[in-house]
Design a protein around this ligand. Structure first.
Ligand SMILES: [Ca+2]
Ligand SMILES: [Ca+2]
Length: 105
């Protein structure tokens, strides 16, 4: 995943980093002069960014003629014409696997 240049000591990523896949990387870095050596533990903590879209909970979805593949799911409500003001009609739930954007849902 990461590589340390033997001459410069610079650590470089060898593949993309994804917080949703791996949140921390621990390894031991070794320095050697051919006779003596030293090691140091290194911890890299991956910080989350908003790189995933929120997704509606589609467990109560309705698939009918109005459904299109442009949307994850479709909600079709029917209300009586004398429904009172403030009546709870539907609770929409969405989730987001990004920790940084979840608080804005
Ligand atoms: Ca997000
Ligand atoms: Ca993320």
């Amino acid at each position: 995943m990461h590589q340390i240049d033997e001459i410069s000591g610079v650590l470089r990523t060898q593949q993309p980093v994804d917080y949703e896949e791996l949140r921390e990387i621990d390894f031991l870095a070794l320095a050697s002069d051919g006779v003596f050596e030293d090691t140091v533990p290194v911890t890299i903590t991956i910080q989350d960014v908003n790189d995933n879209r929120p997704v509606f909970d589609c467990s109560n979805r309705v698939d009918n003629e109005l459904y299109t593949p442009d949307y994850d799911c479709f909600y079709n409500l029917q209300l009586l014409d004398n429904t009172l003001l403030g009546y709870n009609t539907l609770t929409l739930n969405a989730t987001d696997i990004d920790t940084v954007s979840r608080k804005y849902l």
